[in-house]
Design a protein. Structure first.
Length: 91
């Protein structure tokens, strides 16, 4: 997920980790849900930490065919975590 955020979204490694921490660290997931997490593309999870849904409530999935109708340039970007947040674990 970090590689997707740094390479495709242009954020620093520290910001990528902070976004992932903020988006997914607090989720109470069952073992089944944790296992299912590995069955999605890293882009699926990374894009969820970077973008907000479009006006049709869609987020990119990382699958080129499924994402063909999504205009990435028009997607709203989720704000980065505040600089004083505990989500920032890298300098």
């Amino acid at each position: 997920m970090v590689d997707v955020l740094t390479e495709r979204c242009g954020v620093s490694r520290a910001e990528a980790v902070a976004r992932i921490n903020e988006r997914y660290a607090r989720n109470e997931m069952s073992t089944l849900e944790q296992n299912l997490m590995t069955h999605e593309f890293p882009e699926f999870w990374a894009y969820g930490a970077y973008y907000l849904p479009d006006d049709q409530d869609r987020l990119p999935t990382g699958d080129a065919e499924a994402d063909a109708g999504i205009d990435f340039a028009q997607l709203p970007i989720r704000p980065a975590p505040p600089k004083d947040s505990a989500c920032w674990t890298l300098g």
